[in-house]
Ligand binder design. Structure first.
Ligand code: TEU
Ligand code: CA
Length: 606
């Protein structure tokens, strides 16, 4: 099935309030991090030709849409999330011809292509920013410029306009000697925030988006799009917040979900998407909890975005010092946050479902069990089943379908990510809020580089990411476990994590309950078994068609909890096992005995 086909739903069934059965309800998206996917010219960095050469693998997996992390011209301070020219491909990744070929090949194989859109900020090397450094240039007001704090010499320590700290460490303000003022950067100092209050900025962005849509791409994943409207005082004041132990206040309180966000997103919709069809928009919902704002932004009647990435479920293992002081996850916290996300968009709007991306550690290392390879495979399948059976559009991050694990780095010089390196220095050397040992443990658990090691294609020295005799080594170390975890082996193995993902995707393509059924959490208090019900109404309410989903999220066996047991009530029919991580006979036996084996996950038709 290709992504433009829609499955037939029973009469009267709606996937959400306004648009009956949008095509993405039974689609699966695959995220590619281009620099770590496939190198073809031996420079140790993945490229567009590499992606094109692997599209048959993705077609075989069965995904409908691929999302490319940024491939635009960039000095690569933040691996391409710092864009210097939105209309050029970075030479490191290839050429515009390579991009066109990728698009054409993907479309031929029935897959859509969504590009990353990074417009909260540009690179400081973007011509708009360079022009803005001159206070008399027409671009003077395209960024957030502020003078030094009154009574301070500009550019001297402590003269920043306020105490806001950047996400990537240090002040969120950078002094520019040419302009004699400071500019705001929520992320690195090479990522100045664009001033969305300025209509010229907005229209320049919409022009660029239309240019890409007209080239044939199928939509955008919008980087930190919920940070574009800032909360300003009546006279443009930027209020400082409480100062934390590292010496900074939180810039995001001032930038998250600002007062003009809906207006900007609706304007973007009018200017770019109205009149187009078959596209997809997904916004990174930084600061939007699963709640009324999620519903509002994704409700098609409001003409903003198709869906958001909400992060509340990925914060549950962050400790007192945030992500760098991780704590064990509690399954009841996962249920609570997921339920809030699911319920927020139950009648209007739509959810995206994800456990991994390029900013997160690998979920099998994070919440699964990697102590043995057997448990790794079992837990990777269980977590996949858990995610993909929710209501919403699932996203797979490259390598997740193989059960790829965290990087296992033990030295700071193995890390490449500026966030990891900057935050180490800020927390260990400068603010001294954490010991070197603790911070290294925090990085090992939470660093973004865990997701960025090269894709593991085969067991050759550089995992097939780049040739074994390539002139340059991979830009970041390959995980040594590629000798046992790799695509070549898994594609050939019917019991692999890869094969299980194929079945999950197939199920979403063909089963209307998976695509459109409503979602109801069962047994909210159970700390080991995650179970829920998906249902489509029939005319006669007694004939509701339902799928019961039960997943043992632990490495010991577990009793089937109360609510699920009541629904099964003793009568088990093996032919109604729709999908399971164990073989169907074993799954049926588990249901009958009321006891699941370690990481056993079952979808059972009621
Ligand atoms: O990330 C946005 C974001 O909110 C980050 O703080 C993210 O949660 C962080 O990386 C986790 O510590 C987006 C992109 O996904 C990320 O790769 C970029 O670095 C960032 O925006 C700036 O463009
Ligand atoms: Ca390359």
């Amino acid at each position: 099935m290709t992504s433009t086909q829609r499955i037939e739903l029973p009469d009267g069934v709606r996937t959400n309030g306004a648009d009956p059965n949008p095509w993405w309800a039974n689609s699966v998206v695959y995220q590619i991090y281009p620099r770590s996917f496939q190198d073809t010219n031996g420079d140790g960095i993945g490229d567009l030709k590499g992606i094109t050469s692997r599209l048959d693998y993705l077609a075989r997996l069965g995904v409908d849409v691929i999302w490319l992390s940024p491939v635009y011209k960039s000095p690569q301070d933040d691996n391409g999330y710092d864009i210097a020219d939105y209309r050029q491909i970075d030479p490191m990744f290839g050429t515009m011809d390579d991009m066109d070929e990728l698009l054409a090949t993907a479309h031929r194989l029935g897959m859509k292509v969504v590009m990353d859109l990074v417009v909260n900020h540009t690179s400081d090397e973007h011509p708009w920013f360079q022009a803005s450094r001159d206070a008399n240039d027409p671009h003077a007001d395209w960024y957030w410029w502020r003078p030094a704090k009154p009574g301070h010499e500009p550019g001297t320590p402590g003269a920043e306009p306020n105490h806001w700290g950047s996400y990537f460490g240090g002040s969120a303000w950078q002094y520019d000697a040419k302009r004699g003022e400071y500019y705001l950067h929520q992320f690195s100092k090479k990522q100045p925030d664009l001033n969305w209050e300025n209509p010229e900025v907005r229209h320049a962005v919409y022009d660029m988006m239309n240019w890409w849509m007209d080239r044939g791409i199928d939509g955008f994943r919008m980087d930190v799009i919920t940070l574009i409207s800032k909360h300003l005082g009546p006279n443009g004041e930027m209020e400082d917040g409480e100062i934390g132990p590292e010496g900074y206040s939180n810039v995001y309180w001032f930038c998250e979900d600002g007062p003009r966000l809906d207006e900007f997103l609706q304007e973007m919709h009018r200017e770019v998407f109205d009149g187009r069809e078959g596209y997809l928009t997904v916004g990174e919902g930084t600061g939007i909890d699963g709640g009324p704002r999620d519903e509002f932004i994704t409700d098609p009647r409001n003409r903003e975005l198709d869906m958001l990435f909400v992060f509340t479920h990925l914060d549950i293992d962050h400790g007192e010092g945030g992500k760098w002081t991780p704590k064990p996850m509690r399954l009841t916290d996962l249920k609570r946050t997921m339920a809030a996300q699911q319920n927020a968009v139950a009648s209007h709007g739509w959810a995206s479902i994800f456990l991994d991306n390029h900013d997160q550690p690998r979920v099998v290392s994070r919440w699964g069990d990697t102590t043995t390879d057997e448990l790794r495979v079992k837990s990777a399948k269980a977590l996949a089943l858990l995610a993909h059976l929710h209501r919403g559009t699932p996203y797979i991050y490259q390598g997740e379908e193989l059960g790829m694990t965290n990087a296992g780095f033990t030295r700071l010089d193995q890390y490449r990510d500026l966030e990891s390196i900057n935050m180490y220095h800020q927390r260990v050397d400068e603010a001294k809020v954490e010991s070197a040992e603790d911070m290294m443990a925090g990085l090992a658990a939470q660093s973004r580089d865990n997701a960025r090691t090269p894709m593991q294609w085969d067991s050759t020295p550089y995992a097939g990411f780049t040739a074994a005799d390539a002139p340059a080594k991979p830009w970041i170390e390959v995980n040594p476990n590629h000798t046992t975890i790799n695509a070549e082996d898994e594609v050939a193995d019917p019991d692999s994590v890869f094969a299980f993902y194929q079945r999950l995707i197939e199920l979403r393509h063909t089963n209307p309950i998976v695509a459109a059924g409503d979602w109801k959490l069962l047994d909210p208090d159970d700390e080991q078994v995650y179970d829920f019900l998906r249902s489509l109404p029939e005319e006669n309410p007694e004939e509701r068609r339902s799928l019961l989903v039960i997943v043992n999220c632990g490495s010991t066996s577990a009793h089937i909890p109360h609510d699920a047991a009541e629904l099964i009530h003793g009568a088990v029919d093996a032919s109604r096992i729709v999908l399971s991580t164990t073989d169907p006979d074993m799954a049926a036996a588990s249901l009958l005995l009321g006891k699941l084996s370690p990481w056993e996950g079952i979808v059972y038709q009621l």
